[in-house]
Ligand binder design. Structure first.
Ligand code: AP5
Length: 215
């Protein structure tokens, strides 16, 4: 059983690597960003609340996010383990997660930090397009779809995330540095942190991670 946490600045490639690692290790995926995007698409109460924060590039309040993760973690069954993606993002969330895992008698196997310079992230996010239906990710220059603005996998329209607009991206980076970066030391102290160079090609990033984790 492998329980992973994947971290990194916005646009570092967490989602890209998570998709491949989930398949490779047959893990369950818990992405708070995906949960919020689903809730926003449904226009639920949580979605309406989240939209106010996410569109400006701000974090959804800790209490709301902690409650969601607690519910998901306690309800799901993880035969091969799980991958937490985009959570925790603040010290309060990390402390809450420690408590949730202790209550469930589960421990983390490793914390992967995908490391990328800010200037690279800005280019990646400006060109990122996501499928409005299945969430598949493309890049207008580095990974374009076969047909303009159409998802290769399901044929639905590709859109630009509202939080990928420049002003929002800069705010997300500022918040990452202030609130999320300190968690690297938190997990380094626990002996769980593994840093991978996220500027390598996607396949190489995946190879380095799986080499570290083993088959
Ligand atoms: P979330 O979805 O978690 O957003 P994020 O952390 O900003 O991450 P992204 O999805 O933007 O990027 P990514 O690292 O997954 O990169 P990707 O693989 O797509 O959260 C969204 C929002 O929800 C947050 O801003 C916040 O408001 C809220 N939220 C979520 N969790 C929360 C929490 N715990 N607490 C409070 N609020 C929360 O890759 C990006 C691009 O780069 C793609 O185009 C891809 O093709 C390309 N790419 C990837 N890898 C490579 C590579 N190796 N080389 C070249 N290109 C690459």
């Amino acid at each position: 059983m492998i329980n992973l946490l994947i971290m990194g600045k916005p646009g570092a490639g967490k989602g890209t690597q998570a998709t491949r690692l989930l398949e490779h290790y047959r893990l369950s995926h818990i992405s708070t960003g995906d949960i919020y995007r689903e809730e926003m698409a449904k226009d639920s109460d949580i979605g309406k609340l989240a939209k106010k924060y996410i569109s400006a590039g701000n974090l959804v309040p800790d209490g709301v996010t902690n409650d969601i993760v607690k519910e998901v973690l306690s309800k799901q069954d993880y035969p091969n383990g799980f991958m937490l993606d985009g959570y925790p993002r603040t010290e309060a969330q990390a402390i809450a997660l420690d408590q949730m895992l202790a209550d469930l008698g589960i421990s983390l196997t490793a914390v992967i930090n995908v490391d990328v310079r800010d200037e690279v992230l800005l280019t990646r996010m400006a060109g990122r397009r996501v499928c409005s239906h299945c969430g598949a990710t493309y890049h207008v220059t580095f990974h374009p779809p076969k047909k303009d603005c159409v998802c290769d996998l399901c044929g639905h329209a590709l859109i630009q995330r509202e939080d990928d607009l420049e002003e929002s991206v800069l705010n997300r980076l500022r918040i990452y540095n202030e609130k999320t970066r300190p968690l690297l030391d938190y997990y380094r102290t626990k002996g769980l942190l593994f840093v991978v160079d996220g500027e390598l090609p996607k396949d190489e990033v995946f190879r380095v991670i799986t080499e570290k984790l083993g088959d």
